[in-house]
Design a protein around this ligand. Structure first.
Ligand code: GLC
Length: 541
């Protein structure tokens, strides 16, 4: 038995409940659905699951608009199902992370309902960010989902109060005021509520956003866009403010008071790997998502730079890095990495065959890195982003608030195909699914890939098996001197492992050694060359 804490090099699989498995056949996934597929997850070879929100919610932002943090929305099940999910996962040796959403509540939360019945100076108003302003919104902040980040505060009886409330996301997601003690106590209590029920930790939603610059200064959006174009997450008076670290110091004390200690992973869009690492100081969060890596794309230099910077800055605070390529907010990486993919162009036709080759190659590369890795449900099936969702079926508030200009995130949230050749492809026992599933789900479903030598599902199983067997942990990564399109490194574990990826199209010369696993069946040619757009792990000789 290793004494290394489990989370330092875990593979954590994101379950997006509404699209994972649907036990009651209403077209929306649910907790009993997840429980029915725990055996599949355990057999995949992961260490833990992170479950996106299933709490009571009007579902204006797919559950990230929470009305009651201590209960399960009836559409997903009930508290007994949540307990059964934790217990069932534990029985199979899987840890469980839930998802806490501390930046905002739903407008159906009792606190916001109290706001609508109260007035300026009330305790209720102090729990949110509410400002008076006669001539339009208090500042120029935009919502992440488009349009202004402020809406007029109109009381329950329809009276315009002359005040505005802040919502960095949808207008049904008012931002809470983290300067308020009751807010701090309430969220500490919510953590304890779920920790007491046995959950192993939390993914923290918008973990870099809870504290705002109190002066609420205007934002220079032109400068922000420039930063985005240059590939960094922009600085803003509502992101990555110093005060947010105090919150995590308090949360860490709560997590550490449990036996075994509970853990956190922040959804932290920090402006640089250096800023990101600050969240992982020993008395703060255990880990945070490393979006710099996700954004590096299919680009040898960007990938190497991101890995090197991430390792450097995490080492300074003694924390393990995390790696992620897909989640419920971004275009699936099989599509995103494909030639012919253009963001926001629903008519683009990415090369899905090369997209799959690149996705499998970068996944294999990622799984060889030190630290922990997050997988997003369906990537193990090689699922693609779905573009041709009818407008009427789209639910993402970003789509609605931009009047359809922003395609939004529905394309990566289409319900999973498990079996069969017609909707719902085993998502439930009938035909319903909250977003329409494309015909390609017939060949991509888990049943069609099960036991099939070169399927993406079997590739993931094999890679995860080997990763576990090699117990790579956090052992040092040494770059192998390559040029051109190859990128390679060696992991100094008991049995050294070499990982080599070819970002180019042409075959390239491999170092000598025994190939342990390849991203594609034809990745290594007879004369020991590594084919373009592929990756291998080898034992060097
Ligand atoms: C996070 C979630 C996203 C949600 C947003 C607002 O970014 O991942 O899905 O819409 O926060 O809660």
């Amino acid at each position: 038995m290793s004494a290394r804490p489990w989370w330092r090099d875990a593979v954590i699989y994101q379950v997006y409940p509404r699209s994972f498995a649907d036990a009651n056949g209403d077209g929306l996934g649910d907790l009993p659905g997840i429980i029915s597929r725990l055996a599949y997850l355990a057999a995949l070879g992961i260490d833990a699951i992170w479950v996106s929100p299933f709490y009571t919610s009007p579902q204006h932002d797919a559950g990230y608009d929470v009305a009651d943090f201590r209960d399960v929305d009836p559409r997903f099940g009930n508290l007994a199902d949540a307990d059964a999910l934790i217990a069932g996962a534990h029985e199979r040796g899987l840890k469980v992370l839930f998802d806490i959403v501390p930046n905002h509540t739903s407008s159906e939360h009792r606190w916001w309902q109290e706001v609508l019945r109260s007035g300026p100076g009330s305790e209720a108003w102090d729990r949110y960010i509410i400002r008076a302003s006669d001539d339009g919104p208090p500042n120029n902040w935009n919502s992440i989902f488009h349009g202004p980040a402020w809406s007029k505060l109109v009381t329950a009886d329809g009276v315009d109060t002359g005040y505005w409330y802040l919502h960095l996301f949808d207008s049904t997601q008012p931002d809470v005021n983290w300067e308020n003690d009751e807010v701090r106590e309430e969220f500490a209590d919510i953590l304890r509520f779920w920790f007491d029920r046995g959950v192993d930790g939390f993914r923290i939603d918008v973990a870099h956003g809870m504290v705002k610059d109190p002066a609420l200064p205007n934002v220079d959006y032109a400068k922000m866009r420039q930063a985005e174009l240059l590939g960094s997450s922009p600085e803003a008076p509502y992101w990555d403010q110093e005060g947010v670290h105090d919150i995590y110091r308090e949360w860490r004390r709560i997590a550490d008071s449990y036996d075994p200690p509970r853990i956190f992973c922040g959804e932290t869009w920090a402006p640089s790997p250096e800023r990101l690492a600050l969240y992982q100081r020993p008395d703060e969060l255990h880990t945070s998502f490393n979006f710099d890596y996700l954004k590096a794309g299919w680009d040898r230099q960007a990938v190497q730079r991101s890995v090197a910077n991430t390792l450097l800055h995490h080492a300074k605070v003694g924390a393990p890095p995390t790696w992620v390529l897909s989640n419920h907010d971004v275009v699936r990486h099989r599509t995103r990495l494909a030639p012919g993919f253009y963001p926001q162009d629903r008519h683009c036709r990415p090369d899905e065959v090369r997209g799959l080759a690149r996705a499998r190659a970068l996944t294999l590369f990622t799984l060889a890195l030190p630290g922990s890795t997050y997988l997003y449900q369906g990537e193990e099936l090689g699922l693609v982003e779905v573009f041709d969702i009818p407008d009427a079926a789209r639910e993402d508030p970003a789509w609605h608030r931009s009047q359809g200009e922003d395609l939004g995130r529905d394309g990566c949230r289409v319900p999973l195909p498990w079996s069969g050749d017609a909707p719902s492809y085993g998502f439930n026992s009938g035909t319903a699914s909250w977003l329409p599933q494309p015909p390609s789900w017939a060949t991509l479903c888990a049943q069609a890939q099960d036991g099939l030598g070169d399927s993406t599902l079997e590739f993931y199983r094999a890679a995860l098996r080997l990763r576990r067997a090699r117990s790579l942990g956090e052992s040092a990564l040494e770059w192998w001197d390559t040029d051109g399109d190859l990128l390679a490194f060696r992991r100094a574990s008991d049995t050294p492992l070499m990982c080599v990826i070819n970002f180019g199209d042409a075959p390239a010369i491999l170092p000598s050694g025994t190939v342990e696993i390849a991203s594609m069946a034809d990745a290594v040619t007879a004369d020991h060359l590594l084919a373009g757009e592929s990756c291998i792990w080898m034992t060097p000789s």
